[in-house]
Design a protein around this ligand. Structure first.
Ligand code: FDA
Length: 393
């Protein structure tokens, strides 16, 4: 005998929990199932343990999707202010870090506790450590077969996220269910991910791991002005993670180093004042010494500033303005913060997240082909899409 509920939500992550709260408030009998031992594991580790839970500037322009209009409806109906109101009602201390990014003062666990309290208040039930065997549909109800019995419901919400960080239980489950019901899944790839450099370049960059520098990172029309970080494998830091979502394997990215500094003026002034100093000494006034050294070495610049030809200095300025790098790959899903692509938005209704062709079936959160920038946007999408589905399921 199957248990009966109105709504079964698979996945107790950010989107699934928000959906449960909203559906429960409407009086629906909601069961959330997850194969993990704890809910909201990605919330727990997010933002360095302090959860960048939203971004006050979040809008459709901050998301990548085959259909950039799809996210508009849900984002407009559940805004960063709505989530912030919830956070404030629970007296969770928070602060804005930079660029509209809101973080908990204390711990990401505050957000998980808040969501669990809201789920409880809404009368929903959470079942953890429950692997899913199969999902069946007889045209009327969905049957979710789990290791702990079968549950039947008229609505099924798939909130199992993307493929990033498989070590934390990420699976391609949502894509499999989408395909089972005839929905298209767009190509998936790792996003917000560190990029690798080839071994020869890494050898030349020996000593740089740990060095950070302000950059504008560019790829096509996308550009992000934040920090870049050299690592043992290649490049990371917010600017690189951001641009990685626009980049594809083997393509070039361009970096402007220290965009606030007018290096042409700085070098000209240094030449007038003390032409005997080394070029890297001038650069090191504005960037880490090791990076300054690498740049002059790579361009074969040696000796005092006064002895450098105009051509050499121009080559250096060009490198500072427009450093072209061709990362051969990324660190992949192992470290990616998100999965780009996913359940095709063409198959979903943008107001409710319902599958147009399968009444009662919903996809929310990262599983859907909507991916945010770094900076609290991905959680905002999880809250907004969860809220949208919870209002209908
Ligand atoms: P999410 O992945 O959160 O939840 C999916 C749930 O489904 C999990 O509980 C999982 O166990 C369960 N599940 C998966 N497969 C299953 C299966 N087969 N059967 C049963 N259950 C299954 N974003 C942001 O806005 N601000 C931030 O600070 C950060 N920081 C950050 C740090 C790191 C290290 C990562 C990896 C990611 C972030 N993110 C982020 C991104 C953010 O965590 C992500 O976009 C959301 O968690 C997506 O929410 P979902 O609910 O869609 O999936």
């Amino acid at each position: 005998m199957a248990e009966r509920r109105d709504v079964v939500i698979i996945g107790a992550g950010a989107a699934g929990m928000m959906c449960a709260i909203e559906a429960g408030r409407r009086g629906r009998r909601v069961l959330v199932v997850d194969h993990a031992r704890a809910p909201g594991e990605k919330i727990r580790i997010s933002g360095g343990g302090r959860c960048n839970f939203t971004n006050i500037h979040a809008g459709p322009k901050n998301f990548l999707s085959a259909n950039p209009h799809f996210c508009k409806s849900a984002l407009a109906r559940y805004t960063p202010r709505d989530f912030l109101d919830l956070v404030e009602r629970h007296r969770i201390p928070w602060h804005e870090k930079t660029l509209g990014q809101l973080f908990c003062d204390n711990s990401a666990k505050d957000i998980i506790a808040m969501l669990l309290a809201e789920m409880k208040a809404a009368g929903t039930e959470l079942r953890l450590s429950t692997p899913i065997g199969a999902v069946e549909h007889d045209g009327r109800a969905f049957r979710v077969v789990t290791e702990h019995g079968t549950v039947e419901a008229s609505s099924l919400v798939v909130a199992t996220g993307g493929k990033s960080i498989p070590k934390m239980g990420a699976t391609g489950f949502a894509y499999r269910i989408a395909e089972q019901f005839g929905l298209t899944v767009t190509e998936t790839r790792a996003g917000l991910v560190p990029l690798t450099l080839d071994p020869a370049m890494l050898a030349a960059h020996e000593g740089l791991p740990g060095v950070a520098v302000d950059v504008v990172a560019r790829h096509g029309k996308a550009e992000f002005r934040e920090a870049a970080l050299f690592t043992h494998r290649g490049l990371s830091g917010p600017a690189i993670l951001q641009i990685s979502s626009y980049w594809r394997e083997g393509e070039e990215i361009a970096l402007t180093l220290c965009p606030d500094v007018d290096f042409a003026a700085a070098i000209a002034a240094a030449r007038r004042e003390n032409g005997r100093q080394a070029v890297q000494t001038v650069l090191a006034e504005h960037m880490p010494k090791k990076l300054a050294q690498l740049l002059v070495t790579e361009l074969g610049i040696d000796g005092p500033l006064a002895e450098q030809s105009g051509r050499r200095i121009e080559a250096l300025l060009q490198r500072l303005r427009d450093w072209r790098l061709r990362p051969p790959g990324s660190e992949g899903y192992r470290t990616a913060e998100v999965t780009l692509g996913g359940v095709d938005t063409a198959a979903l209704d943008s107001r409710s997240m319902a599958a147009k062709a399968v009444p009662g079936l919903y996809f929310i959160g990262e599983a859907v082909d909507v991916t945010g920038w770094l900076g609290g946007y991905n959680f905002q999408w999880a809250w907004a899409s969860g809220h949208a589905a919870g209002g209908h399921a």
